[in-house]
Write a protein that binds this ligand. Structure first.
Ligand code: NDP
Length: 327
């Protein structure tokens, strides 16, 4: 008998209006997959890139990479999960906006009892991102000062708390007094309103003219040059997103001119490519949450069928913290 579930599909790229809730087939899991009955889904800025076509996948396709739920069935080769397990994932094939779905088991981890489904859906992709940004791309040391753009966002509020836990002074940016206050409450050391203040001047001031060894920039086009100007000689520019549009047409000479800078454009997938790497990063993240060093900040919730409204809010800079799609 055919098993149908509700899921979001897009048939073409475009605005939020291209999101459609449709009934799709849910086949039995393949040998290396698990079927997950989902309880909460995480919304991420990358979902907007796939909707608009900035990042491409063969159409028609679903949306989303992050969710939490209960294992309903497992493929014959799956050994680390069983039906009934509470699980989560943050780096699946595209298509998390669904009531239930099949996911490769190596991308799925068991959830500690202390972490709810909503919390897990809010932190898997974003928290694993902060894990690799702070612990792998550039291994932050106690006492360092860093610049982190969009600090009141989904990734941002986790970053503020993780930095505080490491004894790192995080200078954050945000677009309103309310967002700046929220980021401060979550552990940002100082905040700059990048829509009003001169970021380079403020960073010079806050660091006694030293600038910072690393900038984490998920905003992209609008902040690229500012970010480079906030770096110490031989500093590292971590350009990890495009909320304002992608950075394009870079002349490498600019890195020499601004002080022999390094640049990386990392992505989560590379850092959690094996089950072992995924489990190790997730263990570290869950530990931060269970020890209450990171409090999961869910700023807003939308029912799955209102995913388009969630996209409008996220793209319109109207969200703080993580956004969860409920079922
Ligand atoms: P956020 O919740 O941080 O939302 C994006 C924020 O960016 C907005 O709230 C806004 O904050 C800021 N922003 C600045 N300029 C614009 C603009 N023109 N349009 C919209 N927003 C803007 O999103 P996420 O936490 O989901 O992701 C943050 C960034 O990290 C994204 O760029 C995302 O792609 C990237 N990312 C990258 C990963 C990787 O591995 N490479 C993994 C996960 C996320 P404000 O109003 O304060 O300016």
């Amino acid at each position: 008998m055919e098993n149908k579930v509700q899921a979001i599909r897009i048939e073409r790229h475009g605005g939020p209006e291209v999101l459609q809730l449709v009934a799709v087939d849910l086949p039995a899991p393949a040998e290396n997959e698990v079927t997950i009955r989902q309880k909460a889904i995480g919304l991420n800025f990358i979902d907007i890139y796939f909707r608009t076509g900035l990042y491409e996948s063969a159409l028609p396709h679903g949306l989303g990479f992050e969710a939490a739920g209960v294992v309903e069935a497992v493929g014959s080769a799956v050994t680390h999960l069983k039906p009934g397990d509470r699980v989560a994932y943050g780096q699946s094939p595209i298509g998390a906006y669904a009531e239930a779905r099949n996911v490769p088991a190596q991308q799925v981890v068991k959830l500690p009892d202390e972490i709810s489904f909503e919390e897990a859906a809010a932190i898997m992709l974003k928290g694993l991102t902060v894990q690799y940004l702070f612990r792998q791309t550039y291994r932050l040391q106690e006492g360092e000062t860093v610049l982190f753009h969009a600090a009141a966002g989904g990734v941002g509020l986790i970053a503020c708390q993780w930095a505080r836990a490491l004894g790192v002074k995080l200078i954050g940016t945000a677009s309103s007094p309310e967002k700046m206050e929220l980021a401060r409450q979550h552990g940002a050391w100082e905040m700059i309103d990048y829509t009003k203040e001169n970021v380079v001047e403020r960073v010079l001031e806050l660091t006694d003219g030293k600038k910072v060894p690393v900038v984490y920039d998920g905003v992209g086009k609008d902040t690229w040059l500012t970010s480079l100007d906030c770096l110490q000689p031989r500093g590292l520019m971590v350009s990890f997103g495009n909320a304002s549009g992608p950075v394009e047409g870079v002349n490498l000479g600019i890195l020499a001119a601004k002080g022999s800078l390094f640049v990386t454009r990392p992505t989560l997938g590379t850092h959690v490519a094996t089950q072992e790497a995924m489990q190790a990063a997730a263990d570290e993240l869950f530990d931060m949450v269970v020890q209450k060093k990171i409090k999961v900040a869910i700023g807003q919730r939308f029912p799955l069928e209102s995913a388009a409204d969630a996209h409008i809010a996220l793209a319109g800079r109207a969200t703080t913290g993580a956004t969860v799609l409920t079922l």
